[in-house]
Design a binder for this molecule. Structure first.
Ligand code: FMN
Length: 234
């Protein structure tokens, strides 16, 4: 049991460049997909298709796409940031501001061209793009809410498997937002009715990743006993 918790606690985001010359072995990729295959989904819909992109030209085309950071992103991103480790440790939620380029953590910044974030996609050995059909929703699930929750289970299963295999994993949400999503769909020949909920890069870091502060609320912070607000359980 402790082993499962260990794997869960060790899973983490790799916002770092990967070694383009070090491929992810096919057997490992298969294991990651196998973990996704066994994810729970509402009504066992298995509402996903996964496109494995390891063609360097295609990665180049996706990675070199220019995206503009929206004002909404900058405003809402700011609300989740801490500007010192002390602040983050106190808050226990959110992200350290230094994880983002300066422009992304400056309220009032007028989005223009995307800040240069290196070439993380182009230099990744492989990227997995997940797609789903929003019209094939779980019965009576408004906004396909249950289908989307299911996709989160798929993500987590694959993430845990990848990290267990020593493979780094980085979710790249910009792929799922317009206008990037539209262009990626066109590059990958994805039918228009399908949507990209998430995509991620897989690989091995070029250098030893710097340790970063990871915080979580305590269990008693989010648990309630028998009725909301009753904290006598702990
Ligand atoms: C649905 C979802 C979308 C995410 N999108 C991004 C993203 O676009 N870029 C990124 O660097 N991390 C992304 N993340 C990673 C989270 O920021 C990360 O899981 C969180 O900050 C906790 O850090 P940890 O993964 O290291 O525990 C995403 C995670 C989830 C579940």
């Amino acid at each position: 049991m402790q082993e499962v918790l260990n794997i869960i606690q060790k899973r983490q985001s790799a916002r770092i460049p990967f070694d383009s010359e070090r491929p992810v072995a096919k057997e490992d990729l298969r294991q990651i997909l196998e973990a996704g295959r066994w994810a729970p989904t509402a009504h066992n819909m298995q509402n996903f298709e996964i496109i494995i992109v390891d063609d360097k030209k295609v990665l180049e085309a996706i990675g070199s796409m220019k995206s503009t950071v929206s004002e909404t992103f900058i405003r809402e991103n700011y609300q989740h940031l801490s500007f010192s480790e002390e602040e983050l440790l106190k808050k226990k939620v959110g992200i350290l501001g230094t994880m983002f380029p300066p422009a992304w953590r400056t309220p009032g910044y007028k989005p223009d061209k995307d800040t240069d974030s290196g070439r993380p996609i182009q230099t990744s050995p492989v990227m997995l793009i997940v797609v789903y059909d929003p019209d094939r929703r779980a019965p009576a699930s408004e906004g396909d809410f249950l289908g989307i929750v299911s996709l989160g289970c798929v993500m987590e299963n694959m993430w845990l498997m990848a990290n267990s295999l020593g493979i780094s994993f980085h979710v790249v949400s910009t792929i799922a937002t317009d206008p990037v999503e539209k262009k990626v769909k066109s590059i990958l020949n994805i039918p228009n009715r399908l949507k990209i909920p998430f995509a991620f890069r897989l690989g091995y870091p070029v250098t030893t990743p710097a340790k970063y502060l990871r915080v979580r609320r305590n269990v008693e912070d989010f648990t309630h006993h028998n009725r909301f607000g009753n904290k006598d359980f702990n």
